[in-house]
Write a protein that binds this ligand. Structure first.
Ligand code: GTP
Ligand code: MG
Length: 341
């Protein structure tokens, strides 16, 4: 099951208490205080792990705690610090607080964020010795850890999202273009959760392609698998509409798909798009295919995942476009940095 939304409670570890102890040894009268400090409690840390692509790990893990610090001990021994709770999340995870306010968007592989610090360890009595008070009995308790309820929401980060009606051949395309193995079958709604694959289109160039569950009319109102997956499209750089070229009215298919996306989020209108007319092998050998989108200025490709027809051209077209967008995003980032400086 694909999980893209969870609510979890996180807690950082409490600090260990300081110790009250005195040195006791043969021939050492009045050994003095030797109570060590308590160890700090473990932090709650979120870390992006590029290997993950769902929040499935949290299905049965709703409460995550940092370890508490050990108490201090005699002979000036400091308590061991508590282990951090390191929570691994997939890239594209959005962290929100209980009210739904954004805390952080976690994008870069390896990115870390300390949400809660562990409690501080308390001081042992050795710390309180002064020339006047040589046998202090005072020590601190460790401070408590913090607790928070956080919502994790995943919006996949893919370069290209495949959008189309059920059975249009989206999963077949993904399996043909990448080493992903999505389920493929000739009935609608075979794909129930997004699949990601890495598509290598030149020697050192690749992009991430997302195969999404099929859309149907009314998806934005929750029909079919609906809006739940539409949000994953929001963050893809390019939309690739998969349209069955044997469809009675490919044009109407495209309009219907676009309508669903726009109703879901009007901003999607501005996303760059391409069209993959799928299943080209089903057209008869001598049948002339009339391009139903000839008046649109949208790059389109007549492809067949079975025969491989048109795939190299499509990869080049999409690959170059992804490369261009990535470069212009990087440029925009640099400009933003310059403005800050
Ligand atoms: N002849 C032919 N059949 C294809 C081609 N691509 C896909 N198919 C068939 O079309 C059917 C649906 O393919 P899928 O890849 O599962 O379609 P999908 O768009 O992922 O469907 P959902 O996951 O239900 O949205 C399967 O029976 C495929 O074998 C193609 O290029 N040529
Ligand atoms: Mg599918």
């Amino acid at each position: 099951m694909f999980i893209d939304e969870v609510v979890i409670t996180v807690e950082s570890g409490a600090g260990g208490s300081g110790c009250c102890s005195f040195r006791r040894e043969k021939y050492v009268p009045k050994g003095g205080p030797d109570g060590g400090d308590g160890g700090d409690g473990g932090n709650v840390i979120f870390r992006v792990d590029g290997q993950l692509s769902t929040l499935r790990d949290f299905r049965y893990r709703h409460h995550i705690k940092g370890q508490r610090g050990d108490h201090g001990q005699g002979k000036n021994c400091t308590g061991k610090r508590g282990e951090h709770a390191i929570i691994r999340v997939p890239p594209g995870t959005i962290l929100r607080d209980e009210e739904g306010e954004l805390i952080l968007d976690m994008i870069e592989d390896g990115q870390e964020f300390v949400l809660l610090k562990g409690g501080r360890g308390g001081r042992g009595n050795a710390r309180f010795a002064t020339p006047r008070v040589q046998t202090p009995r005072r020590f601190d308790y460790g401070s408590k850890g913090g607790q928070k309820i956080v919502k994790l929401e995943l919006k996949l980060l893919a370069d290209v999202g495949l959008v189309g009606f059920p059975n249009a051949g989206k999963s077949t395309l993904l399996s043909r273009l990448s080493s992903a193995h999505p389920k493929i079958a000739d009935y609608p709604f075979t794909t129930l959760e997004p699949n990601l694959g890495i598509v290598q289109w030149a020697e050192y160039e690749n992009f991430v392609l997302a195969d999404l569950p099929g859309l149907i009319e009314g998806a934005h109102e929750g029909k079919g698998l609906g809006a739940r997956f539409l949000r994953h499209i929001e963050r893809t750089r390019i939309l690739l509409f998969a349209i069955d070229c044997t469809s009675e009215d490919p044009r109407a298919d495209l309009e219907a798909l676009r309508h669903e996306l726009q109703e879901f989020d009007p901003g999607m209108r501005h996303k760059p798009v391409g069209i993959a007319l799928t299943k080209a092998d089903l057209l008869g050998q001598d049948q002339e295919f009339e391009d139903p989108f000839s008046d649109l200025k949208v790059p389109r490709f007549l492809v067949s995942a079975v025969s491989g027809k048109g795939l190299p051209e499509m990869l080049q077209g999409i690959g170059q476009a992804v490369k261009k967008f990535r470069a212009s995003e990087a440029e925009a980032e640099v400009e933003a940095e310059d403005l800050k400086a």
